[in-house]
Design a protein around this ligand. Structure first.
Ligand code: ADP
Ligand code: MG
Length: 670
């Protein structure tokens, strides 16, 4: 049963912290009780009667001179009733609730008080622990009490070195644990409920530190591996830049220089590139790939979805083939002869750049000489997937360089925790000439108005997206919904040329429709959220998103980034389903107020929490026992500084990772 609570060792018991506390340290006058108070009272029994009603119940009335309280029992036996003799003293603990005749306690704990003068109360607050079926609160309390009785520095090692603890004014581990399991009567319960007590912060700090150290460890191990040094050769890159129809932005230049410098080192680059939607990350990736190719090595570019991988394949082919570089393509759906051909080009090294989905990292794919891995839209991959990529590119003692690009900005606190193993570059500038998108919120009761606006916009020569969102996490349902919507729109707007793309169509079909839309042969494109990534049609200037309340802010931001790419004023219509929850309202309001992806990401974190923001895959990696990234975000800077100083304490560092992350080999052994 303990195992169900994640408790395997005595130490786990110690870290099984109370959810809240009961105050049994003093006896409250009955007259002072308010509904909801959970407390101890002592009173004289005035009456005990069985009430025959809809539900038979035993009612016992007690008085203490300040007021009267009713005790109500639905489960009782005759012996119990008979023991409650008028005149006796009763001590009870329970929650006061409003009843038919004043305050009452339902099924309180109670005890007869033989000697009126002798009223023992608890010395500390009483912990209430998370429980599981079949395991009583009292049993958990007793077990933890046993461990606490033995608790001292010998029983559990203090892993934060004293000088550092003093410097950062952190409580000792033993003091913190004792305090949290047995807080003194005057402890600030509100502070503890918020998780902000110094004892809790000390533990959260330690846990965050352990996570940080484990990522550092991964980072160090990777650094220890050699990597091929890939200095910039000035051969392909100038030709590539000359061929681009635009100059790089200052931010693109800065970030590319950082990447270029990393690549020239004899140990693996581990760099995260963040940039808002449309900030031009693809060019930065292409420049990195070219630097690998200039040095005679291969570069792999991986995207999380087929449609995005295709888009990259098209871009990279267009850019690189004129330079005489062959680009290979691999996705799960590629089968038979075509697949064999691509695999052959990858293994014999004739394909210098390989673009694909995670199919790139299947066993059968063998690279000739992989020097660089670019992973786009990182937030869908977890730390463990990142590790497996590193393995894949391993060539003898050498690891490939790694460039990770996120689709949308990640809040700083999350970067500092989830990505502590990476260096970070930020493209903080959009290419010139973008016009900010006007975002409007419209309830779906005004669907007909929206349809009329679509008609009018098309008459002006605009192109539009109509995005159907998930009904559930079912691709099939989503595609059906898009099909139905498309039919309805075709009926209502017969004069428009309307196309449909969704995730269940064949890649060739999708590409065909996208090409038509790009060539302005379609006025309106009905799509599922598959267009979230990768689609680039500058003439499309209006996007209607149905049921935007179902999507995360980052995803909405990503979708909205598909418009506002040309020079005309763009619109994004969020057609929400009424009624919206309070959070729903707040979230959509954020979309209207700002187009800054970094601000949106912070807000998303605040409203939805880290698991949602990083994506489900990532959540598993981000599970904390005590820390909470939102609540404890202010600790992260200090955690990082302290992690740096832990280098002098290898034993403690190792133990910390073990204590909090288990001996999970996946973390240590890279
Ligand atoms: P994201 O960062 O969202 O991946 P992309 O790399 O897809 O952005 O770039 C978005 C669009 O901006 C593309 O059409 C790309 O060609 C264009 N672009 C990229 N860099 C520049 C630039 N320096 N000046 C003008 N347009 C650019
Ligand atoms: Mg991109």
């Amino acid at each position: 049963k303990l195992e169900k609570l994640g408790i395997h060792t005595l130490q786990d018991l110690l870290f099984h912290l109370p959810l809240r506390y009961q105050d049994r340290t003093r006896i409250r006058p009955i007259g002072s009780l308010r509904p909801g108070d959970e407390c101890v009272v002592v009173g004289e029994i005035k009456a005990a009667d069985v009430l025959q009603g809809r539900r038979r119940s035993l009612l016992c009335r007690i008085q203490d001179g300040t007021g009267t309280l009713t005790l109500r029992f639905f489960h009782f036996n005759a012996g119990q009733k008979n023991a409650l003799k008028p005149g006796g003293q009763l001590r009870c603990f329970g929650e006061a609730r409003p009843g038919p005749s004043g305050l009452e306690m339902v099924h309180p704990e109670y005890r007869q008080q033989r000697d009126e003068g002798l009223v023992a109360v608890a010395e500390t607050l009483t912990p209430v622990y998370p429980m599981t079926e079949g395991l009583q609160q009292n049993r958990v309390r007793a077990l933890i009490q046993m461990v606490l009785d033995e608790l001292d520095e010998q029983a559990i090692e203090e892993l934060l070195p004293a000088p550092l603890r003093d410097k950062w004014q952190l409580w000792s581990l033993v003091d913190s644990l004792r305090y949290l399991h047995q807080p003194p009567a005057d402890a600030d319960q509100n502070l503890m409920l918020e998780g902000k007590h110094p004892a809790q912060r000390r533990l959260a700090f330690e846990e965050l530190l352990a996570h940080n150290l484990s990522l550092q460890k991964i980072r160090l191990k990777t650094r220890e591996q050699g990597a091929p040094a890939l200095p910039a050769q000035q051969s392909l890159i100038p030709r590539f830049l000359d061929g681009l129809p635009f100059p790089l932005t200052g931010a693109q230049q800065r970030v590319s220089a950082e990447v270029s410098n990393d690549l020239s080192q004899p140990f693996p680059m581990l760099r995260l590139v963040q940039g808002d939607v449309g900030s031009g990350k693809t060019v930065v990736a292409a420049l990195a790939a070219l630097q690998a190719v200039e040095n005679g090595l291969q570069a792999a570019v991986m995207a999380p979805t087929e449609i995005l991988a295709e888009q990259h394949y098209i871009n990279f082919s267009n850019w690189l083939e004129p330079l005489g570089i062959e680009v290979a393509w691999l996705a799960g759906k590629l089968k038979g002869k075509a697949r064999k051909e691509q695999l052959a080009k990858i293994v014999d090294g004739s394909a210098k750049v390989v673009v694909g989905t995670h199919a790139l990292f299947q066993e059968e794919v063998v690279f000739h000489d992989l020097g660089l891995v670019v992973v786009d839209e990182q937030h869908r991959f977890g730390v463990h997937q990142r590790l497996s990529l590193r393995e894949k590119g391993r060539n003898g003692d050498c690891a490939p360089h790694q460039l990770i690009m996120t689709a949308t900005p990640i809040p700083r606190t999350l970067t500092m925790s989830a990505y502590a193993d990476l260096d970070c570059s930020i493209i903080d500038e959009l290419p010139p000439g973008r016009t900010p998108v006007n975002t409007v919120l419209i309830p779906d009761t005004r669907r007909n108005d929206v349809i009329e606006r679509v008609r009018a916009a098309c008459r002006e020569g605009r192109q539009l997206y109509w995005v159907c969102t998930l009904i559930e996490e079912s691709e099939q349902l989503q595609c059906q919904a898009a099909e139905v919507t498309c039919e309805q729109l075709r009926e209502t707007l017969p004069e428009l040329r309307i196309g449909l793309v969704h995730g269940r169509m064949k890649p060739a079909e999708k590409a065909e429709i996208m090409a038509q839309f790009k060539a302005a042969e379609l006025d309106l494109l009905v799509a599922t959220t598959v267009i979230e990534v990768g689609v680039d049609v500058p003439n499309a200037s209006v996007m209607i998103i149905e049921n935007p309340e179902r999507l995360g802010l980052a995803q909405l931001h990503q979708l909205r980034g598909r418009v506002g790419r040309g020079s005309v004023e763009s619109f994004c219509v969020l057609m929400y389903q009424q009624p919206l929850s309070q959070t729903g309202k707040e979230r959509l309001a954020v979309m209207r107020q700002t187009t800054d992806g970094f601000k949106i990401a912070e807000k998303d974190l605040e409203l939805r929490g880290p698991g949602e923001v990083l994506g489900t895959r990532q959540t598993g990696d981000m599970q904390f026992r005590i820390a909470d990234l939102q609540r404890d975000s202010d600790l992260l800077t200090r955690v990082r500084q302290l992690a740096g100083q832990m280098a002098d304490y290898p034993h403690q560092s190792q133990q910390l990772v073990w204590r909090w992350l288990g001996r999970g080999e996946e973390y240590g052994n890279v």
